[in-house]
Write a protein that binds this ligand. Structure first.
Ligand code: ADP
Ligand code: ZN
Length: 721
């Protein structure tokens, strides 16, 4: 046992365990020089590493016997006087890291990496500690945003520093520096009628009371209500109560695209609303961090979770079922699940909202772990929506005559339309264009994935494989084609066949910035566009009162993913798509194009069917031992050399064989076998008991000396199978 560290003792050598911000496993020990003051858990440091230096986070403080002290290199510098995160958040992240099997470096660079970039810029701009005593600067820059100091100082020096205050000020103002230092990150209040006080319905009031009644305990709730049932109003009213009591609210949304809609409503009630997403500049991020204390509501995507709001008293996860909450790069994590853990750590309410909840949350509701709050009715009177299916078997064009005619009729009536094209079908499946059949795994009722190089169809759940058939086994036609039409092709086709309609695309390839997003949305709202063609980005949450027609260009794309969640996802999306049509008094129309008109899911595209659909799918999952009843972990081994990736994957799979109760599939090539020149091999581990995974893998992974030429990515609760 090492002696207890005593930072007060003058002659004690102290060492620190540092999570170096890199994907390397494990942490590293460094000596703590006394010149850096008292070491603290959670402060960031700069340490010598290899031939250069790296940044990292202090995880532990230990005492070092005198004779061992020379063995360690000393910490080079310290970045924070106090830890960036409070103790509760440090504990939360440690728990998260254990669950997602992340290395310390991966975990902490995910949680704090963004802050590092911003702060380094700030440090490079001069030594704020030395400047802090300068009375002139103090007077000029009470908040001392050091980003701007360097520029200001340079100019001040040129202009005769200390005597040229006026000149300095005018320069700073001219450059917008003084403005920038003072500017708050909050959105201007909206004067819109949205701020009018709505009286909550009985259902809404019940939900609000459930959320605000017990503010100081972990209280997970599922707010379950169809589109337009008043969920947002519930969040807002609950948030008002939280803020009135001195608390702060975090709202997580799956996509930035949702924030304009939210912002309009938030800013009509809260003076200090800040937005957080990956497209912010370093300066914008810094400003938000500087004003965290005074923020009422922070709305953002996944990474907003990592901002340490000091008085956080409620978390809202809107559209909780959305797959975008899953982070796929760096440490893979589910922001929804992390939000639940954070709420638990902080003892605060957390509300997950959806019209089409995830089966994970539905199971928790059924098990009595989450409270279900229902909003069964639409607030406003809506005309009914007429839904029809168009059989595309044997049709060559991407748009049927029926949909074409409907687009024209809608335009003539002065209304607008939306065309939805799901592009998640990147893992190629085959479909017979003549009869619509998609080859399935005989054992798993999951679509088989096309592996072109091997000329095979494979199942990514059980490993089943077969040769690619020459003709369709269902109808015998030579009409097997990879599923899917591109967005570009569709746009081209539409512009050619409907030249009098004004189309605009709405997907990640064209909506590349926040201003593009707002621009396109406002063009559409003002009626300058007739139709938006978009991916799921378009159908989430936006409220377009003039849209009376929604066309689903290819309904088979989503349902034909080689993923046991395909049905669930497809249903969620389709239900949301249909929710876009007829949100006003006008009668809405939905046209769904499919080559599989008999598919069972088609009859369930309605919010009325939600409970039946969820119950049925959940019992199916239970029967098949699929998540959320089982826990799955997928490991992806990637390398320039396919043999090396396979070798390491096989080694790993062999190690796993010693665990009773863990079922192993693979190693086998990933659905996307090559990405950026690297070969990717996967191993899928399944634990029907949910008791072994992911924890059993921890010692295995940390004990494994990872080879330099193979990268291992661990995905707990994988989403895109
Ligand atoms: P959801 O988030 O479930 O889609 P919203 O909260 O956006 O539902 O409510 C749908 C519409 O009904 C909005 O225009 C909202 O302003 C209005 N609304 C919500 N609650 C009430 C209420 N209690 N009284 C009147 N209008 C309401
Ligand atoms: Zn299978």
């Amino acid at each position: 046992m090492s002696p207890q560290p005593d930072p007060e003792s003058p002659d004690q050598h102290l060492a620190v365990e540092v999570a170096v911000f890199s994907p390397l496993p494990g942490s590293f020990t460094y000596l703590w020089p006394k010149s850096l003051g008292k070491p603290l858990k959670g402060v960031r440091v700069q340490v010598p590493f290899g031939k250069g230096s790296r940044f990292g986070l202090v995880l532990e403080i230990t005492a070092v016997p005198d004779d061992m002290a020379p063995d360690y290199k000393p910490v080079a510098d310290r970045l924070d006087a106090v830890p960036l995160l409070d103790a509760a958040r440090l504990a939360w992240l440690e728990r998260v890291g254990r669950y997602y099997l992340a290395s310390p470096g991966e975990l902490w660079s995910t949680a704090l990496g963004w802050a590092l970039q911003d702060d380094l810029r700030r440090f490079r701009c001069g030594d704020p500690a030395k400047l802090s005593d300068d009375p002139l600067l103090l007077a000029l820059f009470p908040t001392r945003a050091a980003v701007t100091l360097k520029t200001v100082l340079k100019r001040a020096a040129a202009a005769g520093y200390k005597t040229a205050v006026r000149h300095l000020l005018s320069l700073a103002v001219k450059d917008g520096l003084v403005e920038e230092v003072k500017a708050e990150p909050f959105h201007p209040c909206s004067e819109e009628s949205l701020s009018r006080e709505l009286t909550a319905t009985t259902g809404q009031q019940r939900a609000i009371d459930a959320l605000t009644g017990k503010p100081d305990i972990f209280n997970p709730c599922l707010l379950f209500g169809r589109t337009g049932s008043g969920k947002t109003e519930v969040y807002l009213k609950a948030a008002e109560s939280v803020v009135a009591n001195g608390g702060q609210v975090l709202v997580l949304v799956p996509e930035i695209g949702l924030t304009p809609m939210w912002l309009a409503r938030l800013t009509s009630r809260f003076p200090r609303v800040a937005t957080w997403h990956s497209a912010l500049t370093g300066a914008e991020r810094l400003r938000i961090r500087q004003h965290l204390d005074s923020t009422d509501v922070l709305i953002g995507t996944r990474s907003a979770l990592f901002l340490p709001l000091p008085k956080l008293k409620m978390i809202v996860v809107d559209e909780e079922h959305d797959a975008s909450f899953k982070q796929q790069e760096g440490m893979t994590y589910s922001a929804r699940d992390m939000a639940l853990l954070l709420a638990q750590e902080l003892d605060i309410p957390v509300v997950l909202g959806s019209a089409t909840p995830s089966l994970e949350s539905w199971r928790q509701v059924k098990a009595g772990n989450y409270k279900r709050l229902d909003l069964p009715d639409r607030i406003a009177k809506h005309a009914s929506v007429r839904s029809e299916t168009v059989d595309m078997r044997g049709v060559d064009a991407p748009v049927s005559d029926a949909l074409l005619a409907a687009l024209n009729e809608t335009k003539e009536a002065g209304d607008q339309s939306i065309l939805f094209l799901n592009r998640r079908g990147y893992a190629p499946a085959l479909q017979c264009t003549a009869c619509g059949d998609v080859p399935e795994c005989p054992g798993c009722s999951i679509r088989l994935t096309l592996h072109r190089r091997a000329g095979q169809l494979r199942c990514h759940t059980c490993g089943f494989r077969r040769r690619v058939p020459k003709t369709c086994e269902s109808c015998g036609e030579d009409a097997l084609m990879p599923l899917g039409e591109g967005m570009e092709k569709l746009e081209e086709w539409l512009n050619e066949h409907l030249p009098e309609l004004r189309f605009e695309r709405f997907d990640r390839d064209v909506i590349t910035s926040h201003s593009r997003l707002e621009n396109t949305l406002s063009l559409f709202e003002s009626g300058e566009l007739d139709c938006l063609i978009g991916t799921q980005m378009l159908v989430k949450g936006h409220d377009f009162p003039n849209v009376t027609l929604v066309g689903v260009v290819n309904a088979d794309l989503g349902v034909s993913l080689p993923d046991f969640r395909a049905g669930e996802r497809w249903w969620q999306q389709m239900t949301q798509v249909t929710g876009r049509a007829g949100r006003s008094e006008k009668r809405g129309r939905v046209i769904i194009q499919t080559r599989m008109p008999e598919a069972g899911w088609l009859s369930r595209i309605s919010e009325d069917e939600a409970i039946a659909t969820l119950d049925e799918e959940l019992s199916l999952r239970e029967m098949l031992h699929y998540p959320p009843y089982a826990r799955w972990v997928r490991l992806v081994f990637s390398s320039n050399k396919i043999e090396r990736a396979t070798e390491v994957a096989s080694q790993f799979a062999r190690h796993c064989e010693k665990f009773d109760g863990i079922n192993i599939t693979g190693p086998m090539p990933c659905p996307m076998e090559r990405v950026a020149g690297k070969f990717r091999i996967e191993v899928l581990l399944r634990d029907a008991s949910r008791k072994l995974l992911p924890w059993k893998l921890q010692p295995l992974l940390s004990g494994m000396q990872p080879p330099r030429d193979v990268r291992i990515r661990v995905d707990v609760d994988p989403q895109d199978m």
